[in-house]
Ligand binder design. Structure first.
Ligand SMILES: [Zn+2]
Length: 79
C-alpha cells in the first residue's frame, strides 16, 4: 500500500527526488510503494496508477530497449 511522505531534506541540501514513472522532480510530498524489486516513489496517484496498470505490465523492472533500436529508429526517420 502506498503512503504519502515528505522529503525531509533541508533547504541547503541537494537531495533530489524524482518520480519513478514520469521523472518529474518532487519538491516536498511524494507517494512511496514497495514492490518485489524494491521501493519506488511517485509524484501522485495518477503516476502510481499508470505504473501499476501499464508500466509493470508492459515493461516491468529491468526493462531495456531492444538491441539496435537506435539504428532502426534512425533508418525509419524521414529526413
Ligand atoms: Zn510522476
Amino acid at each position: 500500500m502506498a503512503v504519502w511522505l515528505e522529503n525531509d531534506a533541508q533547504w541547503h541540501e541537494e537531495r533530489m527526488l524524482h518520480c519513478a514513472l514520469c521523472g518529474r522532480m518532487i519538491a516536498k510530498r511524494f507517494l512511496r510503494e514497495s514492490f518485489a524489486h524494491g521501493d519506488e516513489i511517485f509524484c501522485g496517484d495518477d503516476c502510481l496508477t499508470l505504473y501499476h496498470d501499464y508500466w509493470l505490465v508492459e515493461r516491468g523492472p529491468g526493462y531495456r530497449p531492444p538491441e539496435g533500436i537506435d539504428a532502426a529508429y534512425a533508418e525509419r526517420m524521414v529526413m
